[in-house]
Structures are given as C-alpha cells and as structure tokens.
Design a protein. Structure first.
Length: 162
C-alpha cells in the first residue's frame, strides 16, 4: 500500500467509472474529495489503470483551478474577493484570518493541516457581502471580528472532538 493514498480506494473510484478515460475529471474530483488534494503519486496509478499518459492527467489536474496538488486543511476557508465583497472590506478579513493562523503571504495551509485559507474571485452571493465559506457553509456580512470568532469556534469544535 502507498503511504500517501490507498490504492484500493483509488481503484474503487476508477472502477466506478468503468475505467473510462473520458471520466478523468470525475475520477480526479473524487480522489481529491477523498484526500482533500491530489497526491502526485496518484497520477501514475490512474495513468496505468486508464492507459492514459501521466502528462494528460497532470495537465487536466493543473488546468482546472478546483484541483489542488498541495494538501488542504480539514477546514477550507474561502474568502470572497469579488467586487461587492472587496468594496465591503474582504481583505481585512483575509488578513485577520492569516495572521491568527500564522500563515505567510504564500502559505495557505497551517502546518497541522487543520486550516486552509484561500481567496476566490466570486462566490455568487453579492447581496450578503462580504462572505466567507467554511467547507461550503456560507457566512454572510463577515467582519474581521466575526471571522476571528468563527475561527475560535472551529478550534473549540476541533479540541472538543479530540
């Protein structure tokens, strides 16, 4: 068994799509859903199972912004920076979250793989701006202070479950 991913899990995903090369995107989506990113080692495995070049699979994974080759945190926090959110001060929210999590300008994920903070161009809820999502749950009219409170609640939830 591979240290990064379970071949049986990936095989089950590939088999679900009948080993069809036309299902590469769906296969990659499910693998990412399972591991919260696409381990680089999985490209060779998928390539061999689908009889498709690793380069083709890699090019698909790097073309679409939704795919990640880097591990993501258990809590994926997205800060909208679309026009409405930006005007309503989304950047101070982003700055507060990054500062409180100890993330540098290029670092998106905490060392413990608990939190990932990303900006997105638009989350499609402009009337609720500024908005933040945590694992797809939407938080509206966020302020730096309410973002800090949200972060503390997530940390408390995590420590309660530990």
């Amino acid at each position: 068994m591979n240290d990064v991913y379970d071949t049986n899990t990936v095989d089950a995903i590939i088999d679900k799509y009948e080993k069809s090369a036309s299902s590469i995107i769906s296969i990659l989506q499910e693998v990412q859903e399972q591991y919260r990113y696409l381990p680089k080692e999985v490209f060779t495995h998928i390539s061999n199972r689908l009889n498709v070049s690793r380069a083709r699979i890699y090019s698909i994974a790097t073309f679409y912004e939704n795919f990640s080759l880097e591990p993501k945190g258990k809590y994926l926090i997205k800060v909208c920076d679309g026009t409405a959110c930006h005007i309503r001060k989304s950047i101070p929210i982003l700055d507060r979250l990054k500062r409180e999590l100890g993330l540098g300008s290029e670092q998106k994920t905490t060392e413990d793989l608990l939190f990932t903070v990303e900006t997105v161009a638009c989350l499609g809820a402009c009337s609720l701006a500024p908005i933040v999502t945590v694992n797809e749950k939407v938080y509206a009219a966020v302020t730096p202070n309410s973002a800090s409170e949200l972060l503390e609640n997530l940390k408390k939830e995590e420590s309660d479950n530990a």
